[in-house]
Structure formats: C-alpha cells, structure tokens
Write a new protein. Structure first.
Length: 615
C-alpha cells in the first residue's frame, strides 16, 4: 500500500473525515504528512511557534503547560480522534505547551494555513474541524468531565467462557440506538439485527492489516468498532489491537487469569503506556471473590468484576451491577459517590446507597472519609445495605457493663478504639480482602500527620484502610505506617468528591451528614444561663470539635460535586450507633426525594442510557 493510500485510510478513521466526498477526502489527505511517534518522542517543545495541526489516529499524547521556571502547571492526555495544535496555531505566537507521545502513536500532520484553506473550500471539513476544536476547549474548561465514548474498543478473551459479556454488551448498545461494528475471530458469532460483524481471523484466510484498516475506516463513519478476539490470536495481533484501540478489556476468570500474565508482560514490554488503556474484566460466579492476582493487576489500569445470576445470602446488588458499570464505561460515563465523615450519623450513608440502588442508579466508584470509608467499603465489598444496618446495630451495641455507666455509649466507643476492637469486628465481613478485590472501586481518605496532607487509599488491606480513616485523634493513637502517622481523614477532607473527579468521575453525588448542625452541645443551648451550663466530657468535646471542623471544611472536597444529599440527622448523638436503622431510614428518605433531580442530571449526560433509570 502506498503512503498516499495509507494516509487516506488513516484519515477516514478520524472524526474530521466524516461526511466528506471521496474527492474532498483525497485532496485533504494528500495535504497531510504521516507521522509515526515512538514512546517519548517530542511533538512540540515549549516556546516554539505552532504552525501545524496534528490529528491523532492511534495512540496517546501528553500535553502540558510549562511556566517561565519550567514547572508544569497543567497536564492532560489526548488520544485517538483528538487533535493537537489547532488553538495554539491560531494564536500565531510561541506556545508554552509541551507535547510528547505516551504510546506508539500515529498522527496526520497538516500545515495550519493549508488546513484553513481547505476548511474554506470544504464545508463538511470546516464543520468537523470546528467541532473538534470546540470539544478540545470544552474538555479543558470542564476538566474532562463530559462523556467521551471510545470509538475503537477491544475484548480479548482468555477463554470462550467470557464471550457472553461482550455479546451482551453489543446487544445492549443496539438497544441504546447504536449500530456497533464487530471484528471477530468466531465463525459462529451470533447474528443480531443492528450489529455489523465480520470474521477477520480464523476463517478461510486472515484479513491483512490493510483490509482491516479499510473496513474499520468505513464502519467508523456510521458507528463504533469493537474487536472481539480470543487471546490465542497471538502477541503480534494483540499488539496491533492494543496500539489502535482506545480501550481494551482483558477478559479472564478466577480459574484462568494466571495464563494471561506472561502474555501481557510480553505485550507490555513493547509499550508500557498500553497499561493505561487495559481493564481486567473478571467473569465471576455468584458468591465468588475476585483473586488478589497482583501480577495481573500490575499490568492493567484497573479492573471490573461481572457476575450473572442471583445474589447469595447477605449479598447485595453491587456485584450484579457490574455489567451495567461496563455499559457506563463504554458510554463514557462514570458515576461517583462521596461519603462524608460524621461518626454514628454516617450510618445514614447505608440508606443513601440503598435508595440509589433501588432506583436503578448504578454507582461506578465510591470515595469515603471516616464513617463514609467504613460504610462505603463494606458496601463496595458486595454486602446488602439492610444486612449491614442489622449488623451495625448488633456489633456496636454497648455491653451490659457499659449500658450501666453514665454516658456509657461514649465510654464504649473509647473502649473500642483503645482496645483495637474495630479490627476483629470488620474482619468478620471483610476477612483479608484488599481494596482492589472489592466489587467496585473504593477510595478511603486518611491524614498523614508527618507529611501534613491527606492520603487516598485504593489498594491494600481493606480493614486497614478503614481503620486509618476512622482513627479519631485523642480517642486513639495515630496508626503508624512506613513514614506515615495516620489519623481520621475528616481532619482535612471530610467529603472527598474531589478525589472522585481526579479519578475520572464525570458525575459525582456527595453525601454530607454534617451539613446541618444543631446548636446544642452537652445539652447546652445558646440561651442556656451560665449557672445552668453543663460540663462536657472529653469524648463529647472531641466528637463535637470534629463535627464543627467537618462542617467548616466540607466545602473543600465537596466543591466539584454535581449534587449534594444532606440527610437531617441532627437529632442523633454522634455515638448512637445502636440507632443505625433510624439513621439509615433518614438517609434513604432524603435520597429518594432527590432521585428525580439525579435522574434529570444523568439524562443530561446520556439521554438514551439514563432514560431507563427508575423504570
């Protein structure tokens, strides 16, 4: 294939080629230069004049803004279907941007002046290019929170057992109005109306790369393209898929995941940056836990767990919503819930999570501080909210001895901290499970007194992560880790919505149980005469101090949230864990009242996907 023909084929795979006539496509492509970048290759250096526009066909570029001292003040990544240089070239002055290839990348370079001439000549090209620039500006302004659907997605299966996942996804996308194209290596691929499919490997002959590119370019004009191959296609084909696709699902089970490790290591040795586009997709049985699989997880950005069937005893819908989370991911949606601290009042989070679940709002990620870390982690482990309510009422009920004491609930809480009783209590439900094994991604927030900043955990022992986040100063000593002394995360970030945004969530619900604070402390009110003022206990003072501080710092982490739910739990003492059922009921009622607003906001992100919410 000549370079001229290759440029035309590659140009057809970019959104800027949509609705162009053959003559226009040929003319524009001939004005472009094909640029192949290796990892680390510099596309643009700071303070140089930008005179060209680069259309990204495959790969990923890192774009950073550098100040006068050489410090990076902004950084983002752009991938297939995007562009670099369009805005900077229009300014006709040196740009402070640096642009470097993070993956092996294929670019089409066109002189800016020539490009502008062609936009004036061809209306469709002008419209495509204008939209592309507008999208770039929009993503920068909105901090990349608007949905972006990957156009080239691959499923690589360790065995045919996981094919059910990709096949169900294709059918679901048809239900959502898409017309997905599928390249497969299966001769018996199920024919479904609305799905275009071709057997490109494993038939009478394998397609050449040129044939595949030509067909892919044609199909991308009217929809997205999915690759659905067995891992047995071999490293060469797998490397081609990884280079060209924006998102790759590596599909395994708990029995065969080890077979993928060496193969993926070989693939990654060609380009370590490919790790960022790989998701391990686990197909699990009801009641089955995803293996720790450290070697495999090190080769992928994140994972997703999927189960088909019915929940077992005490198990909620979290794991069984894994398929819907896959749909979210492919549609460019990521819904996060930030759960704030608030001692016993944080038990209202269980009702919030239950109400979201009952109304069909599937959560993709949770971040929690203190009580939010505890409730969120147990929920993310797949436990049913009602079961957790019953468990907390039982587990946190003071023994007879403490119930006989004045302020016995406070002394009991101090006992639980000082005697390390939270660890065995939580182990009953979590055992030695790690955060990365949970049914959905969970981030816990704690504070390091040595470094003086918050620490976000998304890997490691789940119980340890909870203990670090709920570790109230004075009631308990700091938990020492290598180079760290950790205490309650509410000290700095009580409602970590910002953590979720930084992890890619484009819709965030924040839950605050400290937004409303009653003007009562130790039964003292603003109008209580001095002679009738009561003395507060040390525990009361510590808990009230944290409540006041949490109310003040809520605005720090919660700011990026799209919606804030504020259950009114002011009538509950901070140590009344035995009223978890009442607190959860208030959380459920408050969230149920907010469901119409949540549905409206989600509908604005993806009208077809969220038209079904609540049905």
């Amino acid at each position: 294939m000549s370079e001229t023909d290759e440029r035309q084929l590659l140009f057809k795979m970019h959104p800027c080629s949509k609705h162009l006539s053959k003559e226009a496509l040929r003319e524009i492509a001939s004005a472009m230069e094909l640029v192949r970048c290796s990892i680390g290759q510099v596309v643009h250096r700071p303070d140089e004049l930008v005179t060209s526009v680069y259309l990204i066909v495959h790969g990923r570029l890192r774009v950073a803004a550098v100040d006068g001292q050489g410090n990076t003040v902004m950084q983002r990544y752009i991938g297939a279907g995007d562009q670099f240089g369009g805005v900077a070239a229009a300014l006709t002055e040196p740009s402070p941007l640096t642009c470097v290839a993070e993956d092996p990348s294929t670019l089409l370079r066109i002189d800016y002046a020539k490009g502008m001439e062609l936009t004036r000549k061809h209306d469709a090209f002008r419209l495509n290019f204008t939209r592309l620039l507008a999208d770039s500006v929009r993503r920068t302004v909105f901090n990349d929170r608007l949905p972006t659907q990957p156009q080239l997605v691959a499923f690589l299966h360790e065995s045919d057992e996981t094919r059910i996942v990709s096949q169900r996804l294709f059918k679901r996308l048809v239900e959502l109005g898409e017309m997905p194209g599928v390249f497969t290596d299966q001769a018996d691929f199920e024919t479904v109306e609305g799905i275009r499919q071709r057997q490109t490997l494993g038939g009478e002959r394998d397609w050449t790369l040129e044939e595949a590119i030509h067909e892919a370019a044609r199909w991308l004009e009217s929809g997205r393209l999915f690759i659905d191959y067995s891992r047995q296609v071999g490293p060469e084909h797998a490397a081609i898929v990884l280079e060209r696709c924006q998102l790759v699902f590596w599909c395994v089970t708990s029995e065969n995941w080890e077979c993928s490790v060496q193969f993926l290591q070989e693939i990654e040795s060609r380009s370590p940056g490919w790790r960022d586009k790989i998701r391990i997709l686990w197909l699990l049985k009801p009641g089955e836990q995803a293996p720790q699989a450290t070697e495999l997880r090190e080769l992928a950005h994140r994972d997703i767990k999927i189960v088909f069937g019915a929940p077992v005893s005490n198990q909620g819908k979290v794991l069984f919503n894994g398929f819907e989370r896959l749909v979210h991911l492919v549609r460019g949606i990521k819904i996060g819930v930030a759960l704030g601290g608030g001692a016993a009042r944080g038990m209202a989070h269980l009702g919030v999570l239950k109400a979201l679940e009952q109304n069909g709002i599937v959560v993709d990620m949770i971040a929690g501080t203190s009580a939010g870390a505890m409730t969120g982690t147990l929920y993310a482990a797949g436990l049913d909210p009602d079961y957790l309510v019953e468990s907390f009422v039982s587990d946190l009920r003071p023994s007879w001895f403490f119930r006989c004491l004045p302020r016995g609930d406070q002394w009991y809480l101090l006992y639980k901290y000082r005697m390390g009783r939270f660890d065995p209590m939580l182990r009953k439900y979590l055992s030695d499970i790690r955060l990365e094994q949970l049914s959905l991604p969970m981030h816990t927030v704690t504070v390091d007194l040595i470094g003086g900043q918050s620490v976000v955990r998304d890997t490691g022992d789940a119980v340890h992560a909870i203990l670090e986040s709920i570790n109230l100063p004075v009631l308990s000593k700091p938990i020492n880790r290598p180079g760290q002394a950790l205490v309650d995360g509410g000290l700095i970030n009580n409602i970590p919505a910002d953590v979720l945004v930084s992890k890619g969530c484009n819709f965030v619900i924040a839950v605050s149980v400290t937004a409303k604070m009653e003007n009562v402390f130790a039964r003292n009110r603003p109008d209580t005469p001095y002679e009738r003022m009561r003395s507060a206990s040390t525990i009361q003072t510590v808990l009230r101090s944290f409540l006041v501080q949490s109310t003040s710092v809520n605005a720090i982490g919660v700011q990026p949230a799209d919606l804030v739910i504020e259950p009114d739990v002011t009538g509950f003492e901070l140590t009344e864990f035995t009223r978890t059922d009442e607190l959860a009921a208030i959380g459920e009622q408050t969230t149920t009242a907010a469901i119409p607003e949540i549905q409206k906001l989600l509908n604005g992100l993806d009208a077809k996907l969220f038209a079904r919410v609540g049905d």
